[in-house]
Design a protein around this ligand. Structure first.
Ligand code: GLN
Length: 292
């Protein structure tokens, strides 16, 4: 395994250790114990609605196209998913894309990607357009109402990106500042919960450009993605406030009740957490990715 550098270690806190369900001050009590992954909230929810699908052991029932897992993503979220000249699945590259490809191939299937807006992913799952959503997606109570989530594979937190000379040192300092978020991300939920006005952009890059151009004072976004943006843009820094922003967990979402697919994904995720594969992917994509 590759040596974990300081920078990578900073952004790489693996989901195996701690588990809180939701971001911001709105923490839910449904914690996941890594030693007891058989009883995650998503498994319980899936079990309730499993019905006949629970008995399906062939691969035809669990995906829309036999032998193919169609993953939905929003390829605007480096280092988890982004468009590259040549990616691991078509033009799509990143930690999530590599995980998706491995899950499919290790189960004798192929991985296909449908790139769409982040906001559309849960609907696409519900109407069967995609089989699974892998998009650095945080498990939240609200999302658990419409989809089932896999075992979490990554722990993140919201952070603030500001100009290097900014006087913002905590979340409370955002009170009289112009705040930018990305529409539908947990960062938007956090800022809304705090009661601050904000402007929401469709893409992280657009929000960061607004900051770079001096049109806003702070961007609230996920930690690893923030790290990419500050290394790709001069004059920016990250401000953390762990009291204001709780940790959140990324997991893969499937249609409610698709236990056959969920079980397959969970087995793969748990093996990849245990043998260090996901950690290695985190290091690789944090250190080597140049966003095009
Ligand atoms: N983790 C954040 C969320 O789930 C952002 C995810 C993303 O943009 N892909 O809302």
């Amino acid at each position: 395994m590759k040596k974990v550098t300081k920078a990578a270690a900073l952004v790489l806190t693996m989901a195996m250790m701690v588990s809180t369900l939701v971001a911001c001050g709105d923490s839910a009590d449904a914690t996941t114990d890594a030693a007891n992954t058989e009883t995650t909230a998503s498994d319980d929810a899936a079990a309730e609605t499993a019905g006949t699908e629970a008995e399906a052991s062939d691969t035809t029932a669990m995906t829309k196209t036999e032998g193919v897992i169609t993953f939905g993503t929003n390829a605007e979220f480096p280092p988890f998913e982004f468009v590259a000249s040549s990616g691991v699945i078509d033009q799509y590259d990143g930690i999530d894309m590599a995980i998706a490809k491995q899950i499919a191939e290790e189960n004798g299937m192929t991985a296909a990607v449908e790139n769409m807006e982040f906001d559309s992913l849960l609907i696409a799952l519900q109407n069967g357009q995609i089989d699974a959503a892998i998009a650095g997606m945080t498990v939240t109570e609200e999302r658990l109402e419409s989809v089932d989530f896999s075992t979490p594979y990554y722990t993140a937190t919201q952070v603030m990106i500001v100009k290097e000379d900014s006087d913002i040192a905590s979340a409370a300092d955002m009170a009289d500042k112009k705040i930018c978020v990305v529409q539908g991300y947990t960062g938007e939920i956090c800022v809304k919960d705090m009661g601050y006005p904000y402007e929401a952009f469709k893409k992280g890059t657009e929000a960061v450009m607004e900051l770079v151009n001096g049109k806003c004072d702070v961007v609230v976004i996920d930690s690893a993605t923030a790290q990419k943006y500050i290394s790709d843009n001069e004059g920016l820094k990250i401000v953390e406030d762990s009291a204001a922003f709780e940790s959140e967990e990324y997991a893969i979402a499937v249609k409610k009740g698709n236990t056959a697919l969920l079980d397959m994904i969970n087995k793969a995720i748990e093996a990849k957490l245990a043998d260090g594969t996901i950690s290695e992917l985190g290091v690789k994509y944090t250190e080597e990715t140049t966003i095009e």
